[in-house]
Ligand binder design. Sequence first.
Ligand SMILES: *Cc1c(COP(=O)(O)O)cnc(C)c1O
Length: 487
Amino acid sequence: MKYCSTRSSTQARSGYPHFCEILLEGLAPDGGLYLPESYPPVDEATLARWRGVYERVGYAALAFEVLSLYIDDIAPADLKAICDKTYTQAIFGTAQIVPLTRLLDAQTPEGQAPLYLEALSNGPTLAFKDMAMQLLGNLFEFELGRRGEELNILGATSGDTGSAAEYAMRGKKGVRVFMTSPYGRMSPFQQAQMFSLMDGNIHNIAVDGVFDDCQDMVKAVSNDLDFKRQYRIGTVNSINWARLMAQVVYYFAGYFQATRSNLEKVSFTVPSGNFGNVCAGHVARMMGLPIARLVVATNENDVLDEFFRTGVYRVRASADTHETSSPSMDISKASNFERFVFDLLGRDGTRLKALFGEALQQTGRFDLSADPAFARTTEDFGFESGRSTHADRLDTIRTTFKRFGVLIDTHTADALKVAREHLQSGVPMIVLETALPVKFAATIVEALGREPDRPPKFEGIEALPKRVTRMAADPAAIKAYIAQHCR
Ligand SMILES: *Cc1c(COP(=O)(O)O)cnc(C)c1O
């Protein structure tokens, strides 16, 4: 499988890279995002075989099947070993890895299509980002070892991404992580999760400033090309194709659990921020997984909902981004959205360059409302959308706990609220659960007047010793820190 950039013209499509060449890269050189040259079709026979693989052998074996279609430059035995090592019950808590829970009670209307939660948040940091990041850690270690190289991952986090990256990379040979976060702004649980890691290759940097200051520091360092090259600076942000690819697998696993035969369809509702999670659903659907609808759920930061309702994509200034109780969806601009628009507009790289490389840069918006392609977002691509607010979130958490005895986190609550507005008769709806409630305890207390349960291994983590360096929001300071720790 070869990879193209969303901004490359069709003529330029020779000399495209293979998987391992783009694994350690972020953006394509032309500023676009990498996607496979075409989506490998999964025919009826293959889907039937994969159902058996998941049911009889397990998630790791299913992951190997899916990933094999996208990776032709790692030997099958090596790739299999990487999948087996990543998706274990010890790391993800259950044999199914992503078990479904049906929401059903006496009040549920007779004949309503089943509504499920798919648990993606039982990994080491209790958020769905572990699903991809754990694989990435093992892929990085393999590829860097093979090349005899090192990589220094520099990132900015407001919570979930940073901890998922650190838990995936801790103790990995050839990798160091330098993770900046805004001083004092993460929840105590999230701070404890990250700062209690004592691994020598993990560096926590608490910056005097807000998340945007952290991101600006990371950008400033990445724009210093000499420094970047000298210190082999890389990223693990959600535009990395390997993360998206890893996420495709759980759409298949969710489908197999919710259906008995491959003639059935299901829909998914996905709590969305940077559009990485739902974009993986789009890829699964393009491969041929029988998905009826992909419902994009946003919070008050509704850039994506606005696009799917109106055809206008309008990024927000960071000052206009609301701080909400589902903070991992607080985005001003959805960094993976370009991948979907590329497919929507018939993979026209020249046009994508004009939209994302020019119009969006200059005016902060583009308008596809008059484009015939926009009318196809639902019919041909299955997309629908909705939004949720703080009041909806509280109400959904409360009702779900009362009716079903199931405690959900704030992001999952946004998705469940929107999912209920998009049920179709005869089509099971799977809501992706993206975090455990303990990560966002304050809102749970607000909704229910009680603390969420905490998995035993996290008892008392706030009291553990912390390993963190406080720093001014100054790119020179972090450069000096990196240089000092790479000797
Ligand atoms: C990252 C995250 C999201 C948003 O996912 P995207 O891939 O950015 O759309 C939703 N919920 C939680 C808990 C997250 O950590």
